[in-house]
Design a protein around this ligand. Sequence first.
Ligand SMILES: Cc1cc2nc3c(=O)[nH]c(=O)nc-3n(C[C@H](O)[C@H](O)[C@H](O)COP(=O)(O)OP(=O)(O)OC[C@H]3O[C@@H](n4cnc5c(N)ncnc54)[C@H](O)[C@@H]3O)c2cc1C
Length: 443
Amino acid sequence: MRGEIGRRTVLAGLTAVGAGQVLGQSLPSDPDVVVIGAGAAGMSAARTLLHQGLTCVVVEAASRIGGRTWTESTTFGQPVDHGASWISGATANPFARMAREGGFTLVDHSDAGTDLFEFDGSRASAAEEEAYWRAWAAMERAMARAGRSGEDVAASTVAPKVPWSATVQSWMGAMDYGVDLDQISTADYWDSASDQPSYFVREGLGAVVATLAKNLPIVLDIPVQTVNWSGKGVEVGTPRGTIRARACLVTVSTGVLNAGAIRFIPELPAWKQQAAADIPMGLLTKVPLLFDGARLGLGENNWVTYRVPEDKPGEACFFIAWPTGHDYVFGNIGGRFGWELARAGQAATVNYALEQLVRLVGSDARKHFIKGFATDWALNPLTHGAYGAVRPGSTDARENLAAPLADKLFFAGEATSTSVPALVNGAYLTGHHTAKRMAKILK
Ligand SMILES: Cc1cc2nc3c(=O)[nH]c(=O)nc-3n(C[C@H](O)[C@H](O)[C@H](O)COP(=O)(O)OP(=O)(O)OC[C@H]3O[C@@H](n4cnc5c(N)ncnc54)[C@H](O)[C@@H]3O)c2cc1C
C-alpha cells in the first residue's frame, strides 16, 4: 500500500481544498499511521510516532486542537480552562515538567483552604468543619478497605452514613468522577494513582497541552466517518476522501465510540464494544462566573463547599474561588444532576450556580457579577460528556478498550488508562505507550 496513488491524491486534496486547516509540518503523502483526534492522547502519540521514525497524520474533527483541554481567554479577557485545569499527581505528571519548561506559572493547589457553609448559607462552625473532614476520612477509609480487599462494587454501598456524607459524596462522585457514587467502581477508584500534589496553571492547562501540537502534521475540521480495517492496512473515510495507511490509532472518547459516530468495517468485536459501553461518559460542567474584582469574602484558590441534604448527594454546585488570582469563580456541577441541568440549558445552569453563590455570600454576588457561562461537554458531539467512568463490576473494561486489533487498529485516550484514568496525563501516557507499541510492529 505504501506510496499508492489514491492515498497521495486524497492527502494532497485535504491540503489543497483548505478543508481543514493544516497545522505544523506539511502532511506526509503516504502516512504509516492515521491518528484520529488531536487531544492529549493523539498529539502525544503523533510525537512519539515521528520520534520513532514513522510518518503520521492527525485528523481532528473540531476546528481547534486539545480536545477536552481548552484554555480560552476571549469570553472573560482572562484565561479559563473549559476542560482540564488541575495537574494532578504533579510529581510524576509530564505536564508539570512541560509547564515549567514552557515558562508557565504553576500554582500549588494541594493545600488550598476551604470556605465551608451550612445549607442555609451560614458559615459552618469549627465543630462542623471538623465533622466535614471526619466524613472525608471515613469515606477514604471505606474506599481503601474495599479496594484493598479487591471488591468491585458500587462506591455507594460502602459509603459511611455520617454527617456531611452527602457533601463529601458530591465532591468525590459528581464533581470529581463525573458520576454519582452508585456508578463508581471501588476497584477502579482504588487503581487510580494519587492526585496529590496538584497544581493550577495561571495561563491555563489547555495552553500547556496545546504546546504538544508544535510541528505535528494535524488537519482540523475533518471528522472521521469510517475506519475500514478489513483488508491490508486501513482506510479512514472522511467527507473529504479516504486516507489509506498501514495502521490507525483511535483516541476519541467512549462517548463518541458508543454513539457510533465512527463506523468500523468490519464492526468492532462484541468484547471491544462491551468495553466501551462499560466505560460510559460521566459529566462535569464547569460554570465560570466573572466578577468585577470583588472577592466576596472567599479566599483565593479556596474550595467553596456547602452542606448537601443527605438524601440528595450530587445535587449541588461547589466552587473554586478566584483560581490563581483570576476574577472569576468556577462552579462544578456533575453526575445525573449535571446532565439534567445541561438539558435545561446554559442560562438555567448559570442561574442555578449564581443562586447558590448568592445563598452563601449574599446579594453582593449579584451586584458584582459581570457574566458567566457553562461549558458544553454534555451536548458536544465530539465528546458526549466529560470523561469515562467504569461501571461497577467491569474491572477489565479499560484493558479491553486498550487492546489492539489485528496489529493495525489501536486505541488510546483517557478511558484506556488503567493507572491514571480520566485524567489528561493518563491520556498523554496512553498515547505515548501505544505509539511505541505500534512502532515495534510497524518498523
Ligand atoms: C470539565 C472537565 C474537567 C476536567 N478536569 C481535569 C483536570 O482538572 N485534570 C485532568 O488531568 N483531567 C481533567 N479532565 C480530563 C481530561 O481533560 C481528559 O481526560 C483528557 O483531556 C482526554 O484526552 P484524550 O486525548 O483522551 O481525549 P480528547 O481530548 O477528547 O481527544 C479526542 C479528540 O478526538 C476528536 N474527535 C472526536 N470525534 C472525532 C472524529 N469522528 N474524527 C476526528 N476527530 C474526532 C475530538 O474533537 C478530540 O479533540 C477534565 C475534563 C473535563 C471535560
